[in-house]
Design a protein around this ligand. Sequence first.
Ligand SMILES: Cc1cc2nc3c(=O)[nH]c(=O)nc-3n(C[C@H](O)[C@H](O)[C@H](O)COP(=O)(O)OP(=O)(O)OC[C@H]3O[C@@H](n4cnc5c(N)ncnc54)[C@H](O)[C@@H]3O)c2cc1C
Length: 381
Amino acid sequence: MDLGLTPEQRMVRDTVRNFSDRVLSRYAEDMDRSPDFPFEAIGRIAEVGLMGLTIPREYGGAGNDAVSYALAIEELSRVSAVAGVIVAVHNSVSAYPIVKFGTEEQKRALLPAMADGRAIGAFALTEPDAGSDAGGVRTTAVRDGDGWTLNGTKIFITNGSVSENVIVVARTASEGGSNDLTTFILRKGTPGFGYGTLEKKMGITGSDTSELIMEDARVPDSMRLGGVGDGFKIAMVSLDGGRIGIAAQAIGIARAALEGSIRYSMEREQFGRPISSFQAIQWTIADMATRIEAARHMTLHAAQLKDAGARHSLEASMAKLYASETATWATIKAVQVHGGYGYTKDYPVERFMRDAKVTEIYEGTSEVQRLVIARELLKGA
Ligand SMILES: Cc1cc2nc3c(=O)[nH]c(=O)nc-3n(C[C@H](O)[C@H](O)[C@H](O)COP(=O)(O)OP(=O)(O)OC[C@H]3O[C@@H](n4cnc5c(N)ncnc54)[C@H](O)[C@@H]3O)c2cc1C
């Protein structure tokens, strides 16, 4: 379906689809097997300009809109959910806050290297005691002459140990509450800033998920992002856009499951005919396709609102909730369509199932999305 895309948006989608099929597909299995960060694959992604997908042209990026971004993440994730999340986090919650809230000096210093993939970005909000309760951040930033001293631990940070710049949310007043949070850009190699545990995960194996440790890490005031006390707002605005990316990632994974199921059901014969001739299989495939289509409409709608400069918290949360639950559901169905073979490593559907689950967890769990949606709907009630 065309979805009213502009010629430029269609071109981005088709180019990334072609790249993913021709190039990324060669790396997809390895990125699932090995926990090592896929530098070579990300290098190929950077060569075609996808690390700078949403970074404005004046800073060396491709300057694409949110709709093109969502389409590109879907196409990457259809082939590799690992590539999808690396590119999504880099663009939407690391580069985007710098584009939106950074000073001209910060943009000129950081964005060109992020745009061409030399510098990978990360976003660090989660802590051992602050997950869904993002306002409960305990990492502290204390004013110290012309800079700040940061102390604390962040966990589960995507791209964490390979990133050049990490957006860190820290508490700048001791009283507590989300208004006391401020955002900083922490650079690799800063004394007192190091990496801890690298998580071993169920899926998206090759994506780096790291613990970040700050022990008297000093950040100059010139690397404070936004005003003192604006950290919670910056994190939430960034996550609104980030959720569009995770919804798109989920759609890509679900689409891979659907396409695999269609292919397999037409090849596999039982009772003397292809299993695609059985109504149970047909209905499964019809439901998968319908939910994926609905999820894509919701995601592109949220992206269109973002492009129009309109509020999109509600729509981004709805899209992320629906798309991620669709991905989990559709990939489980795909394993079922493949029968015993679906449970083996002979077919990639078991990978899709493992990869899909995390889309219901990161950038806000499904329960948190329901809280956001209900809060928006019940405002003033
Ligand atoms: C692979 C991976 C990559 C990640 N990448 C990043 C990253 O780059 N940056 C970053 O900052 N974080 C990242 N995260 C962290 C992720 O965002 C958190 O795991 C997530 O927000 C949930 O927090 P938690 O794990 O502490 O779970 P908890 O908050 O402890 O939640 C546990 C359960 O309780 C439920 N729950 C909690 N509160 C409520 C409530 N009020 N009402 C109903 N149910 C509730 C949750 O939905 C969940 O089911 C990543 C996580 C993973 C697994």
